[in-house]
Design a binder for this molecule. Structure first.
Ligand code: ATP
Ligand code: MG
Length: 354
């Protein structure tokens, strides 16, 4: 339920839909983990919410600050846009924008950084994981501040809901704390946003590592070719004690069966495979071949759409430019509200800066 202040804000603009903000870092093409963790929910909710999807290139700098990475943002952004639209995100309905092109996000992040303590940020486990994943011995100030920048992203369009994977849940907790703190210290400007964790909070990697991730090299891309998909599925981790097809295997927490559960719509087939796997009457080959078929059927339409989209970069560019302009308008409104609430408008006025 919205707080009293928000009811007031909404009743003034009752035609307004509630808002979603979420997005991805442009570090490469997206994978099945992104899809089940967040994109699926975005597609499902794009009619009932006003959606803002961020191409979070500033977040990329937390672990990859080099010029080569920055030059790669444009190519990665095209890939991401093709993934989004290929999965069913409708750019006519949703605002897709480039984070680094919105100056207000840098400003809001600085203001928010005053409202959260260092020990509070140090307690977030995902920050340490990210530093480890890219072999950083010392955590940069900006990486520690990742959830603060994320708070600025979410609160810039004054979003209410954030569809994300489980790994990001603790960041939304920080966002809620910052929004509450701001509203209490100044004026009620921000909704207190909620995380929306999907039915598959974390998709396991093909190697059985806890999380499918680009940087861990254990992912299946939404753009994966049929051939490469076949190889990746064939090499997937499965019950290691099954060196022969007649040895009974374990289905629970086995990534091959986790993927079957998520991506194979033929539930009867999955149950039959599970039961024969437990008895040792099915080969790994058969289990993986059926998984390949299910995944391939799921990816085929996305792949097809993507090919068309990647041929038309001008169209993708237009979507991003249009979305960034739209976001820019919203960001200016928010920073106006922030400046007013914090008393800066008054001060700038006094000093002749306004
Ligand atoms: P990668 O680790 O592959 O580089 P990432 O975590 O950096 O991916 P982000 O751009 O940070 O990717 O995440 C985008 C969204 O996708 C977030 O909401 C995140 O929680 C979700 N996500 C990423 N990987 C998974 C996964 N394996 N399972 C579920 N959700 C995921
Ligand atoms: Mg991440």
């Amino acid at each position: 339920m919205p707080s009293a202040g928000l009811v007031y804000l909404w009743s003034e603009r009752t035609e307004m839909k509630l808002r979603i903000l979420t997005g991805d870092r442009p570090t490469g093409a997206l994978h099945l983990g992104h899809y089940v963790g967040s994109i699926q929910n975005r597609v499902a909710l794009q009619d009932s919410y006003e959606c803002f999807f961020i191409v979070a290139d500033l977040h990329m700098l937390t672990t990859r600050p080099g010029v080569a990475d920055i030059h790669a943002i444009s190519d990665h952004t095209y890939e991401m846009l093709a993934d989004y639209i290929g999965c069913g995100i409708d750019p006519e309905k949703s605002t897709i924008y480039l984070q680094s092109a919105i100056p207000e996000v840098y400003r809001l992040q600085l203001l928010f950084s005053m409202l959260v303590s260092v020990p509070r940020l140090q307690r977030i486990p995902s920050i340490k994981d990210m530093a480890q994943a890219v072999h950083l011995n010392e955590i940069p100030y900006g990486l520690l501040g990742y959830p603060v920048l994320q708070s600025a992203d979410i609160l810039l369009p004054r979003a209410h809901l954030v569809p994300i994977g489980k790994d990001n849940e603790s960041h939304i907790e920080i966002t809620r704390e910052i929004a509450r703190r701001f509203n209490k210290l100044y004026e009620e400007v921000f909704p207190i946003p909620k995380a929306l964790i999907s039915d598959v909070p974390v998709l396991v990697g093909t190697d059985n590592k806890a999380k499918m991730s680009k940087s861990l090299g254990n992912s299946i891309l939404l753009s994966e070719s049929e051939e490469s998909l076949k190889k990746k599925v064939a090499r997937m981790y499965t019950d290691p004690k099954r060196i022969r097809a007649d040895i009974p295997g374990t289905v629970e927490r086995n990534p091959v069966f986790i993927y079957h559960d998520v991506f194979n719509p033929n539930k009867e087939e999955v149950e039959d495979l599970k039961s024969r796997y437990r008895q040792g009457t099915v080969s790994d080959r058969e289990v993986k071949d059926t998984l390949f078929n299910a995944l391939n059927q799921f990816l085929a339409p996305i792949r097809k759409k993507r090919v068309e989209l990647m041929k038309n970069k001008e169209y993708l560019k237009e979507i991003l430019v249009h979305g960034t302009r739209r976001m820019q308008e919203e960001a200016s409104i928010t920073l106006d509200m922030v400046g007013e609430a914090m008393g800066y408008h008054h001060t700038w006025n006094e000093l002749g800066m306004w």
